[in-house]
Design a protein. Structure first.
Length: 383
């Protein structure tokens, strides 16, 4: 049996590597995704553009401006003189926010009265708006503690355009310590998830195409009349792309560590074992696509309709907790969700099997069911 499987394996590698299109699909998409998500896709707001509107023009208001400029989070790019300037700046997207110092700012500070600074934030992008609002509140709170002689201090009124207002700065100081990703780099969040997505897309698409290609060039009938059993043909067609998926996983892991400096705190062998569990599902899905498609174009379209919902419901970009409750329950049917949590847990948290075993068990169940049903349908197709 294994001799016949080895023959199919050798044939599949030769046929795949001599095809320029297949060589392109094997290695270029993983590299492109890694570059895009590593460098281009980011939710970080390192420096926010703001406009300054000083309606007090006093040393205290200029001291607050210096606080914003020296914080490292803000770049003052515009000066607003009236309401029309504020409207134009936010309409044209020239700044993320407009900080407006109200009249009598210095007088109220000197007399120990509570005063406010208004922050008008463009809420078109809710993530950016919340970060800019939080940064501004921190700067104003620090200025209040250092400059205001009265405990009431300076408050920040954040008006977020297109989103909910942020809470004003209070009198209680919160010191936050971030675990697992201390610098809050979105790259550390996205790059490990790329490995899970690529593993699914490559193995799903290539497995389906490999079998359909035999149908299109007319060699499937020749394989059917050989002594080779369906299970041997299925293994010979799926194992090469399982190996390709593992190689891509290793390449992405090395690139994440060397190029993007993503921390890796877990066990690499555990990660590979979980990848093998996930491969059972993706290979089984690719095998199923090959049985319901007649051409490679049909298989590509089918894989698109399979991978897109899996990608959207995996928690790769959008947190599952933010989804509607019904959709959150639907994500439990998505094997990619479990593997995504495993990859990030191994990379960033360094957790082991004692924490990940429920997700590993779910992957094993889904993989066994999907691969088993696909194998039965594949057998029927050969018969």
């Amino acid at each position: 049996m294994w001799e016949r499987v080895g023959v199919i394996l050798r044939k599949e590698f030769i046929q795949t590597l001599r095809n320029p299109r297949m060589r392109f699909l094997l290695f270029l998409p993983p590299v492109l995704q890694l570059i895009i998500f590593g460098y281009a896709v980011t939710l970080d707001v390192d420096t926010a553009r703001i406009a300054w509107m000083d309606m007090d023009n006093t040393p205290q208001s200029r001291a607050l401006l210096a606080r914003f400029q020296g914080s490292g989070h803000f770049d003052v790019v515009k000066q607003a003189w009236n309401e029309q300037d504020v409207q134009n700046i936010l309409d044209h997207g020239e700044a993320h926010a407009v900080v407006r110092v109200l009249p009598n700012f210095a007088r109220d500070l000197t007399r120990g009265r509570s005063t406010e600074v208004q922050v008008l934030v463009d809420g078109t992008n809710s993530n950016t708006a919340s970060l800019v609002s939080a940064y501004a509140s921190q700067v104003i709170a620090a200025f209040s503690q250092d400059e205001a002689p009265h405990p009431q201090g300076v408050g920040a009124t954040a008006v977020v355009l297109g989103s909910a207002p942020a809470p004003a700065a209070g009198l209680v100081n919160a010191r936050a310590r971030v675990w697992f990703n201390p610098d809050l780099r979105s790259r550390n969040y996205f790059v490990p998830g790329v490995a899970a997505n690529i593993l699914m897309m490559i193995t799903l698409m290539l497995t389906g195409q490999a079998i359909i290609r035999e149908k299109e060039i007319g060699t499937m009938e020749q394989l059917m009349v050989t002594p080779m059993r369906p299970i041997e043909l299925m293994l010979g067609k799926t194992l090469p792309f399982a190996l390709v998926g593992i190689i891509d996983m290793i390449i992405i892991t090395v690139a994440a560590l060397v190029i993007f400096q993503v921390p890796f705190r877990g066990n690499f062998l555990l990660l590979l074992f979980c990848a093998i569990l996930f491969l059972m599902t993706s290979l089984g899905a690719g095998l199923f696509l090959s049985t319901i498609s007649n051409t490679q174009q049909q298989a590509n379209m089918m894989s698109f309709f399979f991978t897109t919902p899996a990608f959207m419901l995996s928690g790769f970009t959008f947190p599952i907790r933010n989804m509607p409750v019904a959709v959150q329950y639907l994500t439990y049917l998505n094997p990619l969700r479990y593997f995504m949590e495993i990859v990030r847990g191994v990379f960033l948290k360094g957790v082991g099997m004692d924490v990940l075993w429920p997700k590993m068990l779910a992957l094993a169940i889904y993989g066994t069911v999907v691969l088993g049903l696909s194998a039965l349908r594949f057998r029927k197709t050969l018969d």
